[in-house]
Design a protein around this ligand. Structure first.
Ligand SMILES: [Zn+2]
Length: 140
């Protein structure tokens, strides 16, 4: 397992992705939803990895919801940087797609996907796609 670490601008929120997958084999996406476009978001996920978001102090992560309100967009309370999105799940710790621009090793993630536009995707297929493609959240 390799650990890829990243943090927000001020360092209050860190992210750790643990995976055996070569980062060059992980699809990198520029989601075209209005939130991701506003942030210039570049995200990636690995269904075979594990991810965790860590707050320096309780409450450093602000959770924002919009649209179908089926996932939380995690933003640093202090510096405003968008870190990734998480989805709750009844039988696991949830799933996440994360911002690779914050990783120290971001240059290793080179596999760009076509620009996906999920705006018109039905809710059920949207949730199933996330469970299939997003990174499982590690136990807290
Ligand atoms: Zn911050």
């Amino acid at each position: 397992m390799t650990l890829y670490k990243g943090s927000c601008h001020c360092g209050a929120v860190t992210v750790e992705l643990e995976t055996e997958t070569n980062p060059a084999d992980i699809y990198v996406r520029e989601c075209q939803c209005s939130f991701c476009r506003a942030h210039g978001a570049v995200s990636a996920s690995d269904p075979n990895g594990q991810i965790r978001y860590i707050e320096r102090s309780l409450g450093d992560i602000v959770r924002y919801r919009f649209g179908t309100k089926t996932c939380d967009f995690l933003i640093c309370r202090h510096c405003g940087v968008y870190m990734g999105a998480t989805m709750d799940d009844e039988t696991t710790h949830g799933y996440s797609t994360t911002q690779i621009k914050h990783f120290e090793d971001r240059a290793l993630f080179t596999k760009m996907a076509r620009h996906p536009d999920y705006d018109d995707e039905p809710l059920e297929s949207r949730l199933a796609r996330r469970r299939r493609n997003w990174t499982p959240i590690a136990e807290k």
